[in-house]
Design a binder for this molecule. Structure first.
Ligand code: NAD
Ligand code: IPM
Ligand code: MN
Length: 356
């Protein structure tokens, strides 16, 4: 039995996770050995209880085989304190140093790039997930006055940089993809320099991988101009965050972008759509649940249910081909309708697998 901790969170996190939980119910009724527990950690619970997680909360989450998170973020918590404690807290305390964000165009009409097709937009972002600008190093002085001073430092360690670079080299090697490492060592000499030197040192150990370096500003340019040149992109935490939303846009938007936060050694994983709580559409029942389903697909594969994960991905593609899509993709379906279509297609996939 594989046990999943589920945190629906806030805003559309609640709406898209509901669809995923329905799917888990269906798969478990089909015989997949899955069990899950839903945790109500959210802005509501934070405001009610004055803390994001109860005593021992993170340790409890760590005991599950996987964690699924919808999204966090609420205007009543403007500094996102609860979101940082849960999301960044989990990435850091479970040492989920790989943030894997595949960017794959699943239907030609979804890309805003003219004359690009599915085969042109298919790459994976490997985002360093525990260091960089996200370590919370810094502070403020004379807060609220005209003399306020704020410092936010980025931190990189040789160990942290090396392990994520090695992961990306191995991923590129195993999939026969080209690797690009993106940094900004021309301006940010200390952290960028560490990334660049480590990358150049490791290159020789992976002679089968075609690897090159790009400055991250040029990478953004080239990604839009010709995404087909990219296979695996490895970069630091903040750059990876920015590139993931850019990549999402190339493949149809945030409603379609999944992610996995992984520690390949301890085999821990947290799965979540790349998008946030989307306050502008929250509560309307029109959020696209596909990013959440695709993230659940990555989770199923991680848990060893490869066939179910593949069926789920195929079901999302079927749903896109049928045109049952939410307004972000130009359709008029609701979250629940898309969820139903996808679950039906998953069930049909099961029938096909059994016939084979
Ligand atoms: P967002 O990703 O929530 O939304 C950006 C835009 O994309 C919005 O116009 C939104 O409507 C649209 N969008 C996103 N997901 C969609 C979906 N599934 N279907 C249809 N449209 C979708 O980013 P934001 O607006 O900058 O942030 C809102 C809140 O979410 C903030 O509090 C932010 O801190 C938080 N956030 C949380 C996470 C997370 O939980 N992992 C990620 C990003 C942002
Ligand atoms: C993401 C989100 C998070 C990040 C926020 C919510 C802290 O934008 O997962 O991409 O910046 O990593
Ligand atoms: Mn982000």
């Amino acid at each position: 039995m594989k046990r999943i901790a589920i945190i629906p969170g806030d805003g559309i996190g609640l709406e898209v996770t509901r669809e995923v939980v329905e799917l888990l119910g269906q798969l478990s009724a089909e015989g997949l050995p899955l069990a899950w527990k839903i945790f109500g950690y959210s802005a509501d619970s934070y405001l009610r209880e004055g803390r994001a997680l109860p005593e021992g909360g993170m340790e409890e989450l760590a005991r599950f085989d996987a964690i699924f998170l919808g999204a966090l973020g609420d205007p009543r918590v403007p500094d996102m304190a609860h979101g940082r404690e849960i999301i960044l807290g989990a990435r850091r305390s479970l040492d989920l140093y790989v943030n894997l964000r595949p960017v794959q165009l699943l239907h030609d009409r979804l890309t805003p790039l003219k004359s690009r097709r599915c085969e042109d937009v298919d790459f994976t972002i490997v985002r360093e997930n525990t260091e960089g600008a996200y370590v919370g190093a810094g502070g403020r002085f004379r807060e609220g006055t005209l003399d306020e001073v704020a410092v936010q430092e980025a931190l990189a360690t040789r160990r942290g940089v090396e392990r994520v670079l090695r992961y990306a080299f191995r991923l590129a090697g195993a999939s026969g993809e080209k690797l690009v490492m993106a940094d900004k060592h021309n301006a940010l000499e200390f952290v960028g320099g560490l990334w660049y030197r480590t990358f150049r040192e490791l290159e020789g150990e992976y002679p089968q991988v075609e690897a090159r370096h790009l400055f991250v500003d040029a990478l953004c340019h080239d990604l839009v101009r010709d995404p087909s040149r990219f296979g695996v992109i490895v970069t630091s935490n903040l750059f990876g965050d920015l590139i993931s939303d850019l990549g999402a846009a190339l493949a149809g938007g945030l409603g379609l972008a999944p992610s996995a936060n992984l520690n390949p050694e301890t085999k821990r994983g947290l799965f979540e759509p790349v998008h946030g709580s989307a306050q502008d559409i929250a509560g309307k029942g029109i959020a696209n649940p596909m990013a959440a389903f695709l993230s659940a697909g990555m989770m199923l594969e991680f848990l060893g249910f490869g066939e179910a994960g593949r069926r789920l991905r195929a079901a999302v593609t079927t749903c896109l081909e049928e045109g049952s899509v939410t307004p972000d993709l130009g359709g008029s379906s609701t979250t629940a309708e898309v969820g139903r279509v996808i679950r039906n297609a998953v069930a049909l996939g099961a029938a096909v697998v059994e016939e084979r």
